[in-house]
Write a protein that binds this ligand. Structure first.
Ligand code: NAD
Length: 411
């Protein structure tokens, strides 16, 4: 199943609950604009290579469109389209004044030199600079892109439009970024996990957590939950995986990953385990924080954790989702769980526009407040309508976008 089809199924389930007409469903599901551009770039060798870049602007009923930019060889229009719609529902679930968008370039960044990557990024901005901007569509980092890439985007955009730091978020702190953006998604994953555990009446200290992915999201999540006295019993990344029933030494893992180019291979503080073993581990909370589509009908029956926290985008396909529902495994959905990143991006945009800096404490405080309130809304809706947390989150997000569409006028 294509990822956009799975999201349409979740959307339609919520739309049924909300009693939305077919015409409004079609309007909400259809992207406002989809752009594909050619990016010819001279490599360091003097050869010319042509990359394909995408930007899908899904919906702006609630405000300027917002979403990351992904550099990955498998980026295609279908993936970008589904991630763009996910952003529309995500910004609405946490009620920040944005719509949804997503972009990507089909490129393997590890194959290019820094200068080549910079040229690819600047040429992409040359191609689409008229189509995004602070009041229109604001890109941010995603898989394969970094704060440095965001700095190049801002710099290139400024050449056309003058000083506009709010044209992109996730910038380096020294270059109009904000402290706390880096940790925000993982902090949000961690704080929402604690809220769910409390709501389910479970004791937090000693909770056994397994995390797939130890990049930005996975590592900050591990740190946050470790500080909350959870036991991180397993972690994995693209290079290795480790298990320790008494809990891994998270600070040591962070140190190891930092001094080994972000990779865990070679870590000595746990027993090796594969990604398949991690997903099926006997633990209390499973957190996929790497790739999409990792939980599917081939492995959903093997999952033993009673709680799944979707830190990655679309880690559960629709068939696995149905299996988890039948098995009464509680799944907290991506559009709520990983919304901390876009929420902190909103803070960055607000500060850029005010030429003011809040500082880390206010960023954390506001983030915790917004995510906490959003969790309560989703939880209450799920309880009152007797639906899953995913359907409740979609109902909240889709309902807000539908109302804004009607209030603002159909266009
Ligand atoms: P990242 O590139 O920093 O880290 C990805 C991690 O996944 C790395 O540790 C990598 O080794 C690991 N990984 C890759 N392939 C793997 C595999 N086959 N098995 C196990 N691990 C594997 O990316 P990130 O920013 O941490 O994003 C992770 C996920 O969270 C993505 O789905 C992303 O779209 C989503 N997300 C990120 C943010 C954010 O603010 N960074 C916000 C919302 C959603």
């Amino acid at each position: 199943m294509r990822s956009s089809e799975a999201i349409s199924i979740y959307f339609n389930r919520a739309a049924d609950q909300l009693d939305l007409s077919d015409n409004i469903r079609r309007l909400l599901l259809t992207a406002k604009r989809e752009v594909q551009v050619r990016i010819p770039v001279e490599l360091d060798t003097g050869e010319v290579e042509t990359f394909i870049g995408y930007r899908v602007q899904h919906n702006n009923a609630r405000g300027p469109m917002k979403g990351g930019l992904r550099y990955h060889p498998q980026v295609d229009l279908d993936e970008v389209r589904s991630l763009a719609s996910l952003m529309t529902w995500k910004t609405a679930v946490v009620d920040i004044p944005y719509g949804g968008a997503k972009g990507g370039i089909a490129v393997d960044p590890s194959r290019l030199s820094v200068r080549e990557l910079e040229r690819v990024t600047r040429r992409f901005v040359d191609a689409i600079h008229d189509l995004f901007g602070p009041d229109v569509d604001i890109p941010a980092p995603d898989m394969g892109t970094s704060p440095e890439v965001m700095a190049w985007i801002m710099n290139q955009y400024n050449k056309y439009h003058g000083f506009s730091p709010a044209c992109v978020t996730g910038k380096p702190v020294e270059y109009h970024g904000i402290p706390g953006r880096d940790e925000a998604t993982g902090r949000g994953v961690g704080s929402l996990t604690l809220k769910l555990l409390s709501r389910l009446g479970r004791r937090i200290p000693g909770t056994r957590v397994a995390i797939q992915g130890f990049g930005n999201v996975g590592s900050h999540t591990a740190r946050f939950l470790h500080d909350a006295e959870c036991r991180i019993v397993a972690v994995s990344d693209a290079t290795a995986g480790f298990h320790r029933a008494e809990g891994l030494d998270v600070l040591e893992l962070l140190r190891y990953s930092q001094s080994h180019a972000g990779r865990l291979k070679g870590f000595q503080g746990g027993d090796p385990l594969t990604n398949a073993e991690l997903l099926a581990l006997d633990c209390d909370v499973l957190i996929p924080a790497a790739l999409g589509g990792v939980l599917h009908k081939g492995n959903a029956e093997a999952v033993r954790a009673p709680i799944i926290i979707e830190a990655a985008n679309s880690p559960t396909d629709q068939e696995a989702d149905a299996i988890f529902d039948r098995r009464q495994i509680t799944v907290m959905p991506d559009i709520l769980v990983n919304a901390g990143g876009v929420t902190a991006s909103w803070f960055e945009w607000v500060q850029n526009r005010q030429h003011y800096q809040w500082g880390i404490h206010r960023v954390r405080q506001e983030l915790d407040r917004i995510l906490g309130e959003s969790f309560e809304h989703v939880w209450q809706l799920a309880s009152s309508r007797q639906v899953t947390l995913r359907t409740a989150a979609y109902m909240l997000g889709v309902g807000r976008v539908a109302r804004a569409t009607v209030l603002g006028g159909i266009e």
